[in-house]
Design a protein around this ligand. Structure first.
Ligand code: ZN
Length: 258
């Protein structure tokens, strides 16, 4: 492995919500990363299809998962977790929504932690604590931290761009800040979202739902550089390049390091 990577997805975070959430680390994140506030996710702009596209680097037309219910792929391909495992890497995943467990195939993870965000309070913060404790102890090559409260407790419950929604983003950005301050030297950090939203829902082919921010922090990425024309399919090839591992030949995204 060349470099270790922490990937954080903040579910349902719109770029304008990120910009106006009021957390002081928003400015720092843009100043220290290569980033876009105009990235594109896939259709349908829904959590499991978009995360499958993130990790498999193919659109829903190829992986076939078009709802939040997982179905095994008719023609399987390796995703990011499987490629890391094949290269001898160690992965960890911390998540607050159970259907997301299928973004990695059984056998791909060394460590995992799950909390039910529908029942527990402050799962974003607690999952960040769990991930941080594991990183301090085991230094996994790849860590995926999935923060769901912005979508569930902000957008769906109170509406996208509501004050409660913005407060959830602010708290999630605070989690990213904690990760960056403690592990930013050892790890490249990638922060993104899976989709936006409008009203109290998402999934339509409109900019409010399909535009996502992406941030890449690490020595391979120029601070403050604005990226153009990238999609959620580009994350897995970029992370693979940072880590120095091979892509699956079927991946359709492009690496930002090419
Ligand atoms: Zn949602």
């Amino acid at each position: 492995m060349d470099h270790k990577v922490i990937l954080v997805t903040i579910d349902g975070m719109r770029p304008d919500g990120f910009l106006t959430c009021g957390h002081p680390f928003v400015r720092t994140l843009m100043d220290t990363s290569s980033y876009t506030l105009n990235g594109r996710t896939m259709m349908p702009a829904v959590t499991l299809p978009c995360h499958m596209s993130l990790f498999l680097s193919v659109p829903p037309e190829r992986h076939g998962i078009t709802t939040n219910t997982y179905t095994p792929l008719v023609r399987p391909l390796n995703g990011l977790f499987e490629q890391i495992k094949a290269a001898g890497g160690i992965s960890a995943m911390y998540y607050g929504w159970e259907p997301l467990r299928d973004v990695s195939r059984p056998g791909s993870l060394r460590y995992a932690g799950y909390l039910n965000a529908y029942i527990e309070d402050d799962t974003d913060g607690t999952l960040t604590d769990m991930a941080a404790a594991r990183i301090r102890r085991s230094h996994p090559d790849f860590v995926f931290l999935y923060l769901v409260e912005t979508d569930e407790k902000g957008g769906h419950r109170h509406g996208w761009m509501s004050q409660q929604y913005l407060d959830c983003i602010s708290a999630a950005v605070g989690c990213v800040q904690r990760v960056w301050e403690e592990f930013g030297e050892e790890y490249t950090i990638v922060v993104t979202s899976d989709h936006g939203g409008h009203g109290r829902s998402h999934g339509q082919d409109i900019p409010e739902d399909t535009t996502i921010p992406m941030f890449f922090l690490g020595e391979r990425f120029e601070p403050g550089r604005v990226l153009e024309g990238i999609t959620i399919l580009d994350i897995a090839p970029t992370v693979a390049d940072v880590m120095g591992i091979a892509r699956d030949p079927e991946w359709e995204g492009n690496s930002l390091l090419e």
